[in-house]
Structures are given as structure tokens and as C-alpha cells.
Design a protein around this ligand. Sequence first.
Ligand SMILES: Cc1ncc(COP(=O)(O)O)c(C=O)c1O
Length: 445
Amino acid sequence: MPLPKPITNDQREAELAAYARDQQAVAGVEHLRFFPQSISGGLGAWLRTSAGREVLDFSASWTAAAFGHGNEAVAEAISAAARNGGGASVLSSAIDETTRLAEGLIDLVPLRETDRAEKRAYLGLGGTDANTVAIAAARHVTGRSGIVAFRGSYHGGHGPSEQVSGIGIPVGQDAPQSRLVEYPVAQSDLDHTRAQLTSLLATEDFAAVIVEAVQCDGGVLVPPADFLPLVRELCDAHGVLLVVDEVKAGLGRTGQLLAYQATDVRPDLVTLGKSLGGGLPVSAAVGPRDALSEPRASALLTTAGAPIPAAAANAVLDLLEDGSLARRTARLGEIARQALETYRASDRPGHAAVVDVRGRGLLLGLELGSVAGFSPDQVAALAVYRAWELGCALYVVRDNVLEITPPLVIGEAELLEGIECILTAIDDVAAKHVPLDTIAQYGGW
Ligand SMILES: Cc1ncc(COP(=O)(O)O)c(C=O)c1O
């Protein structure tokens, strides 16, 4: 495999031309852009740009490409299912491939409900509809409508999932359909968490608490170990359901199959998405039968759980089956953290910009601070722009935090090369080699 190489002038021109076509054709409402990347293909941990440049992928498309670009097992499964035919909707008939996926998910996801016959899996298209269905299920089974969520959480891009998300909501102004609680990051925060949750759950009627075991889009925040057990305890005390959103952190990324398995907490409902489809749009909500099976025909998406995406997801579950990928991810995560901490302790030009290195497994956050007169947010935006120029793609997850989530299949050498690319980018920002106007047109969040 090649080393990441800085972009040449010819490549820049070709990539900008391809990018300009996207700008003229694809709706801006689905753009979250940090640099003019234009992709034509990829293999493993590498993306191939429209100019034929190889770029190391340190985002894995916001984790959706967790099992690598062009994954052979996933490609085989998709191609076999596509050739097999057999319908494109599970709405009005059972489909073997889809049934297998639902059964696999029921076996994979440990829940409060342990009786297999009492569990069901909703199959969807994205994390957004999986969370919408989980919220509706909690409302249906409790007969209540309130949802408690956490400040900084992201549960979806529209509808109820967006309405209960705590991202970008100023303190004191809760999201329209939820009450927001601070997400704790230290053991000493837990008294406050207990007090906030207790006062809400004791005084108002809530259907569910929805939470991420590692808060991703809030800036990759890892809570203290006692956090989820505390939430479970308080949900139980007040007869409220616990929904754990594993859309980004789930399926091996944190070094556990599911991020909440770092605790012995068993949620009522769990949602999955992104990497579940191996690149195809597949999501799931797994929970109790009585919550997910009624009202009949109330969450209909014609192509959700269709056999081709279901086959891709079945291939993904097969890849995870023996647990070795998750174990390897935990080890690679430690190597990555070590490299980032070594830089922080070094005397390289940008080292002082590193405020914090955090996360679990290959779900890492690099928080940056001011350097060379730039604000923390500018440093973050300039660093990812420069990293892309140098041959490594990653994004700003929140304000001044870079999200490091390469495909789980990345090699150790590639991982270290990509990190070196990011660190060189931070050095270049600190040395004022990256002008502020280069990022002016990429709005990010
Ligand atoms: C934790 C979490 N939940 C839900 C979603 C929404 O998933 P999707 O964009 O696939 O609808 C996201 C997306 O970023 C997420 O990170």
C-alpha cells in the first residue's frame, strides 16, 4: 500500500472540478463539508479520489464504512442477493434473508428482556428511523410521550430522532420533545446526573431515556463506568424505558461488540445503523415484542430490510461473529492513543494545540485548542483541511474536536501513517502554513 502523499496541483484541479459538479447537482441539505473531497472508489482503509489520488480514510464515512471499502465478503453477499432476486420489500411477505437478519440481531443484542420469543427486531434504513421507531415503541408501551436525552447527543437528522437530540441546543433551552440532562464525563459529575434525572423522572411522565454509551457527536465523550448503571437504576425506579443508541459506537468500534457491554447494563431497546449495512442503508431497533409489534403497520418503509441490504448486514454480522475484530480494534485503539499522547508530550510545533485525547477502541476524539492566534474551532477546521491535502481524510465532529474512526480493518502501519499525517497537519497549522481563507467555503456543521 502507498504512503499518504500530499496533493499535487494537477490532482487539486481535477478534484476541484469533480467537486464542483457535486455542488451543482446534490442538494446542500445533505452536505457537511470540510474540504473539497471527491471520491471515485476505495479499498480497505484507502479512498481513491476522482483525481486518482489515494487517501487514508480516518473517518470511514462517519463509521458507515467500518469494515473497509470494497470488503470482499460484503460485496459477495450483495452480489449474490442481487442476482438471486426475490423481492425488494418485507412489508407484505417474509423474506428468508431478512428473517435471518432479524434473528441474528435478536441473538446478538443483550437486552433486559432475555426470552428470545419476546424480542423483535425492527429493520430500517438509517439510524434516524431506527431511533424514531425506538422512541415510538417506548411511547406506545408506556402510554407516555416525554423523552429524556442528553445535551450534546445526536440521534438523527429529522423527525422525532432529531427532535430529541441535544446537539447545538443552548443550555436552558431544551430540545422540542425532550428534556436534556448533562452528559457526565467524570465520576464527580454523577451526583449532578442523579439529581437532574431524579428530579425530572419523579415529577413528569416520561416514556424513555435515550442515551449513547459513548457520546459521539457531542465530542467523543466517555462517561464514567457507573453512568449507565445509574441511568438503568433510575429508569427502573420510575418505570421508564432505557434506549441505548449504538448507531455509531456499536458493532466492534469501541473494542466491545456493543459499547454498552463495557457495563453489565441491559437496555430495553437498542438501536444500530451506519456500519450494520457494510455500506448499504440498514438500521435496526431491537427490543421487546410488546413495544415493537404494535400498532401494526405503523412504521412502514417499503425498502427497509429488503433482501439485498439484509444480505450485506448478515455478512457484517458474520464478520463480527468470533469477536476477533472487536478485540483487534481495542488493541489498535491503544496504539493510536499512544501515538497521539506521544505527540502531545513532544516539542513538535503543534503539540501544544492538543487539549485532550479520548475515546475507546477506534472511536477517538482529539480535542484541539488555540495555537498561532487561531481559535480552537479554526485550528480543528484548518487541521482536517490540511490533513486532506496531505492524504488523510477525517472530520470535525464538534467545534474543536476531530473524530478519528478509521475502518476497523485498517493495518497497524496504515494507522500510524494516518496519525502522522494528522499530526503533520496540526504542525503545519501551528506554523501558519494553512491560510484561513482555504476553509472559508466549507461550512462544516
Ligand atoms: C449516535 C447516532 N445516532 C443516530 C444517528 C443517525 O444516523 P443516520 O444518519 O444513519 O440516520 C447518528 C448519525 O450520526 C449517530 O451518530
